[in-house]
Design a protein around this ligand. Structure first.
Ligand code: ARG
Length: 456
């Protein structure tokens, strides 16, 4: 019978199928650095409180450091029988340093250990993702500034609505990613609480010093209820939800990049280095990157739903179901990081086709709201001015005339309140400049917002 670290009460060895089915080592080996860091802090705490001797802790710490090097170097042999990363490291420790290694698990359970490991992992990854968001924001600001005078159609229902600065469009995404960043920071606060000491579920009989372990590992606080601490996965769900919102934002932008780079729109060109060709059609340049980011959205949403469903109805405290938290979490982190990284690179090389954008608005109808607003300024109630301009639009469509090409007498045919200054009023530049208030698309406002975002 192959001996397991917990095999004392068992008369038979585990069925091979069960070993394979219950093991998390194929994916949780990724936590090794955190597992070892947690164990080192735990061993130091055990020594500080006199639960083990200082010399024993030193031996454990050195053993753990050696194991970390073995894993780093790819020399560590992971085995399904070890079940998970916690047992794999502990077993190796015992084989390296002997009986002293058996003392490491004093006052600890894998239940509080795994909770600690994921928190340590997530803290790091949240920081990594935040810096990728920052990099992406920088790329966005660069193209916003580079194209600060480009005016494009703003859309509702994907129908031309009102003119906006291209930079204003880009800044809309900066606002989204700013909120995403805040959500991650908020999620970090709840991940940054130390669960060790909760034991299997009820705490431990040893005189531990949880504050000391927390300080060693850079935690802000310690968890306050052992049952909750070993069964809480809220912080992962919060992260998956923040990640879902981030990828949703990337996906919305992807959709626009895909549409705008089509030959029908031709507003933008994606850099060659970020597109792919077709194996059959020589002319094709496909926007695979934004398409794939859009596609990966489903995958991240599914991870959020999967963990919510896993946790639903679980009795306190730890249940093995919770082992299902790791793969969705790891995949979300990897997918999100890859998406943010490739997007930053792609955005930097974006080319804006100003001529195509301009000609898409050549019928001038996008200025209809401004014409209605003009009449309001001359004292016409908005509902009436809306009606009048509606008739002008219909006239333009029938006569195939641009709104911006109407003569004063044509304007006057619809309302005597149109004066000479309407000819000057109905221009894209003026329409943009008139929206000069916080949140508006006027260049002054957009530049101000760029500066504000750059400062944080
Ligand atoms: N591999 C387990 C997990 O990921 C670690 C905790 C196991 N605890 C237990 N009592 N079996 O959840």
């Amino acid at each position: 019978m192959k001996k397991k670290l917990w095999s004392g009460r068992f008369l038979e060895s585990t069925n091979k199928l069960v070993d394979n089915f219950t093991a998390s080592i194929p994916f949780d080996w990724k936590l090794y650095k955190y597992d070892i860091a947690g164990s080192i802090a735990h061993a130091k705490m055990l020594a500080k409180t006199g639960i083990i001797k200082k010399a024993e802790a030193d031996k454990i710490v050195n053993g753990l450091k050696a194991i970390e090097k073995e894993i780093d170097a790819g020399k560590f042999k992971f085995s399904i029988e070890d079940e998970d990363i916690h047992m794999a490291v502990e077993k190796r420790l015992i084989s390296l340093i002997g009986d002293t290694g058996k003392k490491l698990h004093t006052a600890r359970s894998r239940n509080d250990q795994v909770a600690l490991d994921i928190r340590l992992y997530l803290r790091d990854e949240i920081k990594n993702i935040i810096s990728l968001i920052d990099r992406f924001q920088k790329s966005l600001l660069i193209i916003a500034k580079k194209n600060i005078d480009v005016i494009m159609p703003g859309y509702t229902h994907l129908q031309q609505a009102q003119p906006i600065l291209f930079a204003h469009y880009i800044l809309a995404y900066c606002e989204m990613f700013k909120r995403d960043r805040d959500r991650l920071l908020d999620c970090y606060k709840r991940a940054n609480v130390m669960p060790l000491g909760s034991g299997a579920l009820a705490g431990t009989t040893f005189p531990i010093d949880r504050g000391y372990t927390a300080r060693l590992l850079g935690f802000d606080d310690v968890t306050k209820n052992s049952l909750d601490a070993v069964s809480d996965r809220d912080f992962i769900i919060e992260f998956l939800s923040a990640a879902s919102i981030i990828i949703m934002h990337l996906s919305r932008m992807s959709e626009e990049l895909i549409i705008w780079s089509s030959s029908e729109f031709g507003f933008i060109e994606l850099p060659d280095a970020f597109c792919t060709g077709s194996s059959m059609m020589p002319q094709k340049k496909n926007p695979d990157v934004p398409e794939l980011v859009r596609g990966k959205t489903g995958r991240i949403y599914s991870h959020l739903i999967s963990l919510l469903v896993t946790m639903k109805g679980l009795p306190l405290a730890y249940n093995k179901d919770m082992q299902e938290d790791k793969e969705p979490l790891f995949d979300t982190v990897d997918t999100l990081k890859a998406s943010l990284e490739v997007f930053s690179g792609m955005i930097k090389g974006l080319k804006i086709n100003t001529k195509r954008i301009e000609s898409s608005m050549s019928d001038g109808l996008i200025l209809a709201t401004d014409a209605a607003d003009y009449l309001v300024q001359k004292g016409v109630p908005f509902r009436s001015s809306h009606e009048i301009v509606g008739r002008i639009v219909s006239y333009c469509l029938k006569e195939k005339k641009a709104l911006t090409s109407l003569t004063l007498s044509e304007w006057k045919r619809f309302s005597p309140d149109f004066k000479e200054d309407i000819l000057n009023f109905a221009s894209l530049e003026k329409a943009v400049e008139r929206r000069n208030h916080i949140g508006g698309t006027a260049k002054k406002q957009v530049l101000k917002r760029i500066r504000e975002i750059e400062q944080v």
